[in-house]
Structures are given as structure tokens and as C-alpha cells.
Design a protein around this ligand. Structure first.
Ligand code: NAP
Length: 301
């Protein structure tokens, strides 16, 4: 068997084309271009790269993104004050706080300050709680992107065994809640899981977000499984790899995502979608789900 490679870049491009049209509709309705404020603290090169990519992607679909950069030594109260100002600014529809924040920050207090209706990353306590009850306003971007990849490939979720490797607040836990809502049977593994392979081998769908290169080897994967690799790891030789032995596992899986070019571009795409949804709600328009089939019905720009 040789797996079908799920191309997150191509799926993301389709969704971004629809996003452009949604922005055009918004502008025509007098709502103005959606606005995203990005808060970056410190000079972490990876964070800066992610932020630059997000700002560039915003520009491509017509979202007005503004960067609010702070020195690493800034008091977290100054950042909280800025978020409060942005909450009150009607031209700002979404507020994103790039993580990680410096160690002296009260991260929970910072994330709680973001207004729920501008929390386009989906990290506010209300949005996280809403995920458990099925009433979240903004699904967090990375697991939302994974759901869109599965949906796009027509992969059934209901009744499937899903194993998630990684239990972080931004990927593993919200991913588990989203899949439970879709009636999958979900196992969540983490660093203290004993004998990881006994869980991974059961998975019809295996989602890996641990940040450990080559954690998942072919013998840990069931033949025909769908494998989604969320991990992004920079090797000493400069190569970017996921958590899965791609070449080996691709010979056993039915579908697999590459790194780069899999989940990464979808995370950025879903941030755009959440920001546009926020602007649509603010303008009194019903937030439209990005359904490719509805493409032709959207009026042209
Ligand atoms: P994180 O906060 O460090 O969480 C990692 C999770 O993996 C933790 O739950 C940890 O367990 C678990 N883990 C670590 N080593 C493990 C092992 N050997 N076996 C089983 N579980 C293990 O990381 P994160 O922010 O969720 O990110 C995870 C990876 O995804 C990273 O490579 C990151 O760069 C990538 N990522 C990619 C995107 C994207 O857009 N593609 C977005 C976000 C993150 P404990 O809970 O027990 O510590």
C-alpha cells in the first residue's frame, strides 16, 4: 500500500479563495475589511516567522492585519492594557496573542482578557469550555484545520477509533473534544503513556502532535490507517520534519499528511476563516462556513 498524500497547501488554497469572496461580500455590505491584531512579545525567531506568515496570508485574502510588538521584558499588564484597547476598537475583529509568552507572563490572564467574540485563536476559557459543550464561537485553528483536511478527503469519523498522541491545550485536547463531538472513540496519549504503540496500533485515524521526530514508526501503525502529522521539528541539519517516519508509514497508511505542506498551512487558513467569521458576525451577517460546494453561489468581487 502507498498512502494518498493529503495536501494541506492545496486544501488551504481552496478555502482561501472562498475567504477572499467572503471579504468582498463584507466590504460591499459596508462592514469594511476584517481587521486582525497580532500581539508578539520578544524576539523568538520561530514566533516571528509564524507571525510574518500569518500577516502575509491575511493580506492575500484582504484582511487588514496589524502587528503589536513588545519587548520581551515588558510587564504583562502593559500587554493586557493593549488587549483591552483592542477589545474596544471596532475596526479590530480578531486578536491573536502569539505563543509562547515569556516565563514571567500570567498566560491565562492574558488569554482571558481577549474578548470572546474576538478570540480567533479559540484559546479563551469560554471558547475552550464551549468546545466541550459544542457551543464554541471559534474552534482553535490547528485542530479545526485537521477537521477540514479529514472532511475534504471524505474520511468518515463517526464510530472510528482515533488515537491522538499529544495532550496540549492548543492541539491534543481540543482535537479530542472535536472528534468526540463527531462520535469517534478517542484515546489521548501523552509523555507518560505506557507502551504508546498499544494505542497507536488500534487507530483508524492517528493524529500526532508531540514535537518528537520519528516518534511514530511503521510497526506502530495499523495497515490502512489515516495518519495526520501535526508535529513541526527542525533537525540539526536544518530540515523540517514531523513526528512521523513519513517514508516508512506512507507505505502502510491509506492517507498521510506531509511536513511541511500538511497541517501547517491549514492552521493559518483557519485563522483567516475565524477572523472573517468574526467580522461577519460584527457586521450582522451570518458567519458562513467555508464550503467549497457553495463557491459558485458567492457573488464575485
Ligand atoms: P506541547 O505543548 O509541547 O505538547 C506536546 C504534547 O506531546 C504533550 O501532551 C506531551 O505530553 C506529549 N508528548 C511529548 N513527548 C511524547 C512522547 N514521547 N510520547 C507521547 N506523547 C508525548 O506541544 P504542542 O504545542 O501541542 O505542539 C506539538 C507539536 O505540534 C510541535 O511539534 C509543534 O511545533 C507542532 N504544532 C504544529 C502546528 C501546525 O500548525 N502544524 C500547530 C501547533 C503545534 P505531556 O502532556 O505528558 O507533557
Amino acid at each position: 500500500m502507498s498512502a494518498i498524500v493529503l495536501d494541506g497547501k492545496a486544501i488551504g488554497r481552496e478555502i482561501r479563495e472562498i475567504a477572499k469572496k467572503r471579504v468582498a461580500v463584507l466590504t460591499r455590505h459596508g462592514g469594511g475589511a476584517p481587521g486582525l491584531a497580532v500581539i508578539l512579545v520578544g524576539t523568538n525567531p520561530a514566533s516571528r516567522l509564524y507571525v510574518n506568515n500569518k500577516i502575509k496570508a491575511c493580506a492575500e485574502v484582504g484582511i487588514r492585519a496589524e502587528l503589536h510588538a513588545f519587548d520581551a521584558a515588558v510587564d504583562d499588564r502593559a500587554v493586557i492594557r493593549r488587549i483591552e484597547e483592542l477589545n474596544a476598537d471596532r475596526t479590530v475583529n480578531g486578536i491573536l496573542v502569539q505563543l509562547p509568552l515569556p516565563a514571567h507572563f500570567d498566560i491565562r490572564a492574558v488569554l482571558r482578557t481577549v474578548a470572546v467574540d474576538k478570540d480567533v485563536d479559540g484559546f479563551h476559557l469560554y471558547n475552550v469550555g464551549g468546545l466541550a459543550l459544542g457551543e464554541t464561537v471559534f474552534p482553535p485553528c490547528t485542530p479545526y484545520g485537521v477537521m477540514k483536511i479529514l472532511e475534504h478527503a471524505g474520511i468518515e469519523i463517526e464510530g472510528k477509533n482515533v488515537t491522538i498522541v499529544g495532550a496540549s491545550n492548543i492541539v491534543g485536547k481540543p482535537m479530542a473534544l472535536m472528534l468526540m463531538r463527531r462520535e469517534a472513540t478517542v484515546a489521548v496519549c501523552h509523555a507518560k503513556t505506557r507502551d504508546l504503540a498499544q494505542y497507536t496500533i488500534l487507530a483508524d485515524i492517528l493524529i500526532v502532535a508531540a514535537g518528537v521526530p520519528n516518534l511514530i514508526l511503521p510497526q506502530m501503525v495499523r495497515t490502512g490507517a489515516v495518519v495526520i502529522d501535526v508535529g513541526i521539528n527542525r533537525l540539526p541539519d536544518g530540515r523540517l520534519v514531523g513526528d512521523v517516519d513519513f517514508a516508512g508509514v506512507a507505505r502502510k497508511a491509506s492517507y498521510i499528511t506531509p511536513v511541511p505542506g500538511g497541517v501547517g498551512p491549514m492552521t493559518v487558513t483557519m485563522l483567516l476563516v475565524n477572523t472573517i467569521s468574526a467580522a461577519e458576525r460584527a457586521a450582522g451577517l451570518a458567519a458562513a462556513e467555508p464550503q467549497p460546494a457553495e463557491d459558485e453561489e458567492e457573488p464575485a468581487a
